[in-house]
Design a protein around this ligand. Structure first.
Ligand SMILES: NC(=O)c1ccc[n+]([C@@H]2O[C@H](COP(=O)([O-])OP(=O)(O)OC[C@H]3O[C@@H](n4cnc5c(N)ncnc54)[C@H](OP(=O)(O)O)[C@@H]3O)[C@@H](O)[C@H]2O)c1
Length: 295
């Protein structure tokens, strides 16, 4: 039996993943205190029984653990150190669990400011988060992991302690490197099919049913078939962030990874073209030929 989770838990950031994680904890009978930069997004969780806090500092008050699920390193910095941030009213005595995908070095840098920190790479999507079906890869000290394990076991069907702080992010970045390359490869094949005059739907169906398609390709082929990239499962700008972080990580250890570099460039360009808040499969729009403009 999973040991009980003691004390309320804070969830900071109620986007695609944070809202799912908070909902899951409520379902498990755990008291949850939530905060989101855009307060309206907390309304469904308030209805489900969460306490909605006005600031991150207010959210973490009296909690034993805090899950930080904001978008990126800049957001993490603001939530921890900004006005009303986690540290605004003094040290935080609980376990800070960084579930945002950020540079491994960033979690290492904040470690000295907290009693206990874990970085947790989440493998899975919003449905997995909502249903406790994530696969979670944690980095950090053994003592912090042991303390947080009962909580993590409510959120993931697989919870792995990889080792030192930063390992969770390293694992997550290489997983998203694969995903980014695979989705871009699928988009490239689809654009080539269109340009050659092949039937797009038939091509996507063929790829999805073939031995070449990974489950993520089969899943994303439905987005490419419908041409609908709104209500993102994973925002394109976040994929661009992760591919950039993975490329930097490779460079830092002396590796030159051509596919990583190319995928990062394509996703950064797609974000600059205004596709950042669409699902990552919208990378296909950055590959499609531009419509002729009248002169
Ligand atoms: N989606 C996935 O499948 C998935 C899977 C694994 C890991 N991740 C990682 O988990 C993290 C969250 O992803 P998501 O998909 O939930 O993202 P999302 O839907 O885009 O939500 C982003 C969250 O970050 C907040 N935020 C952004 N900038 C902020 C700032 N400067 N200060 C404070 N809050 C800020 C947003 O607040 P507002 O509501 O105010 O915009 C929102 O709560 C990311 O690091 C992502 O890479 C995502």
């Amino acid at each position: 039996m999973t040991p009980p989770v003691h004390g309320p838990v804070a969830v900071l950031g109620l986007g695609t993943m944070g809202a799912g994680l908070a909902g899951r904890l409520l379902d498990q009978g755990i008291q949850v205190r939530v905060w989101n930069r855009t307060p309206e997004r907390a309304a469904p969780l308030a209805e489900a029984g969460a306490h909605v806090a006005a600031t991150p500092a207010d959210a973490v008050a009296g909690t034993s653990a805090t899950l930080c699920v904001v978008a990126d390193g800049q957001a993490l910095g603001a939530v921890l150190h900004g006005p009303g941030g986690v540290l605004a009213e003094g040290p935080y005595p609980g376990v800070l669990i960084c579930a945002s995908t950020v540079a491994p070095d960033e979690v290492v840098q904040i470690a000295g400011e907290f009693a206990a920190v874990l970085d947790v790479g989440m493998l899975g999507n919003r449905d997995h988060a909502r249903d406790g079906e994530l696969r979670l890869f944690a980095g950090g000290e053994e003592r912090a992991f042991t303390t947080a394990r009962p909580l993590l076991q409510r959120l993931g069907k697989e919870v792995v302690h990889l080792g030192a702080l930063g390992s969770g992010m390293r694992m997550k970045l290489l997983l998203n490197l694969l995903m980014g390359i695979e989705v871009q490869a699928l988009a490239e094949a689809t654009e080539l099919a269109d340009a050659c005059g092949l039937d797009r739907q038939l091509v996507l169906k063929t790829i999805a049913g073939s031995g070449f398609a990974s489950p993520v390709m089969a899943f994303k082929s439905r987005r490419l078939a419908s041409g609908r990239f709104d209500e993102p499962d994973f925002r394109l700008r976040l994929m661009a962030k992760d591919l950039m972080l993975a490329s930097k990580q490779a460079a830092a250890v002396g590796l030159s990874l051509p596919l990583a570099t190319a995928a990062a460039e394509t996703h950064v360009r797609a974000t600059e073209q205004g596709l950042g808040d669409q699902d990552c499969a919208a990378v296909t729009r950055a590959l499609a030929p531009k419509p002729e403009t009248d002169t």
